[in-house]
Design a protein around this ligand. Structure first.
Ligand code: RNT
Ligand code: ZN
Length: 418
């Protein structure tokens, strides 16, 4: 893209935004500071690097067999490094416990420790990335349909031990990187068919969580992620939204909103202002459900745009952690990353460029025609010129120019992985 054109368009856009009372320079500064927690699992279809043999399951599934997935830690790092050259801003990498640097050792989940993530910490430091973390209860012989909510004490204790260790690892990562490590806890626990002991499993999960959270840490933050249902677990999910919202509000834990984990017509954007009143912060897993929790690549659709707007309107960028969670194995995986990250940033840029002062005035005065009219007009304001300028300033590919870079990486690197 021609630099002069991008600059010219930016200057015009800036003036156009000023006319509706928006400072586009300020929006750019704010966008620059928004960190996205990039999920490591798009690179290898949620396989991880344990030597236990990932059993899949756990209610989630990557579909597709596009060639070139990362087969080891070196490849996943190389891939993420490539992705980072195509996105502006300072970001985070979100690791799952199964992505430890285990070498050729067999390290069971109740044995994971910070040393297995030392090389990640070192690498992240070199790349200017902060790390986030997740316990992993799926894809293991002891996963079954119930982990932390399992009435079998032996199995339950195994997962409690795993999750406690993950919290300690997160604490030590947070301390080492001098920035809190956000640890997400999602378990698939549930049942395929009609379940009669619903109360029992939820009671057990509550007790397991109380045990897991008994230790207070300073350098990590706990998030709990609800879900509507998982594949093969369609009738009952122990960790439902009611369950975690209740738990989070009572115990002041961060509730993770995965945009794929609700009824399809439910607005995730509308949850932001309620959660902000009753829970300390919010963690987002921005995804794109197609008919179900399909984990398609995040795009700039109304759902993503509305979500970003609600966060900005609530002035809550400081209380909301923005993470991605999708895994599409049917297209170029680096391309999937770049589309999702850039689209999420675009959504936040649009939100930051919203003429919110004027809109609020109309609303307060009961001028609803004017409010709707300005909302409609705002959709067509030249945000894309601001976006292109953001890319230019960050010295990354502008517009569709990144397609060729992904193609080159595929030709030179990922297509050679057999
Ligand atoms: C699953 C949850 C969870 C996972 C990751 C891999 O439905 O969304 O966040 O996708 O932990
Ligand atoms: Zn998620």
């Amino acid at each position: 893209m021609k630099k002069e054109l991008v600059e010219k368009a930016w200057e015009l856009a800036k003036e156009r935004y000023a006319a509706v009372g928006v400072d586009a320079d300020k929006a750019l500064d704010k966008l620059q500071k928004i960190s996205i927690s990039i999920h490591c699992w798009q690179a290898d279809d949620v396989t991880g690097f344990e030597n236990l043999g990932n059993l899949g399951g756990g209610g989630i599934q990557a579909t597709g067999n596009y060639p070139g997935k990362a087969r080891n830690i070196a490849e996943i790092r190389q891939d993420i490094e490539k992705v980072l050259t195509l996105v502006g801003g300072q970001h985070r990498l979100n690791l799952h416990a199964i992505y430890g640097d285990f070498g050729d050792k067999i390290v069971d989940r109740d044995q994971v420790e910070t040393s297995h993530f030392a090389s990640w910490l070192q690498w992240a430091k070199e790349k200017g990335l902060k790390l986030d973390f997740n316990s992993t209860s799926f894809g293991h012989p002891k996963s079954g349909d119930l982990t932390l909510a399992n009435p079998d004490k032996g199995i339950r204790d195994f997962w409690i031990e795993h999750t406690k260790r993950c919290r300690l690892i997160s604490e030590e990562i947070g301390k080492a990187q001098n920035d809190p490590c956000i640890m997400n806890l999602w378990i698939h626990d549930g049942s395929k068919d009609l379940t009669v002991n619903r109360y029992l499993y939820r009671k057990i999960l509550e007790q397991s969580l109380d045990d897991i959270f008994a230790t207070d840490y300073k350098h990590m933050k706990d998030c709990i992620e609800a879900k509507l249902f998982g594949i093969g677990l369609e009738s009952y999910t122990v960790g439902s939204y009611d369950f975690y919202l209740g738990y989070g509000a009572k115990k002041q834990k961060i509730v993770t909103l995965d945009t794929g984990h609700f009824h399809l017509s439910e607005s995730i954007a509308d949850k932001i202002s309620s959660l902000l009143l009753f829970t300390p912060e919010i963690m987002l897993h921005v995804s794109r459900p197609i008919r179900w929790d399909s984990d398609h690549v995040t795009i700039l659709n109304d759902d993503t745009a509305d979500l970003a707007k609600e966060i900005v309107r609530a002035d809550a960028l400081g209380r909301v952690h923005i993470g991605l969670d999708y895994f599409d194995a049917s297209i170029n995986r680096m391309g999937a990353y770049v589309i999702g990250i850039r689209s999420t940033q675009k959504a936040f840029l649009q939100a930051l460029l919203e003429p919110v002062d004027a809109l609020r005035k109309y609303e307060a005065a009961g001028q609803y025609f004017e409010r709707l009219a300005l909302l409609e007009e705002a959709k067509g304001l030249p945000w894309n010129a601001v976006w292109d300028y953001f890319c230019l300033k960050n010295n990354i590919a502008v517009g569709e120019d990144y397609i060729a870079e992904i193609q080159k990486y595929e030709k030179d690197v990922t297509s050679k992985r057999k």
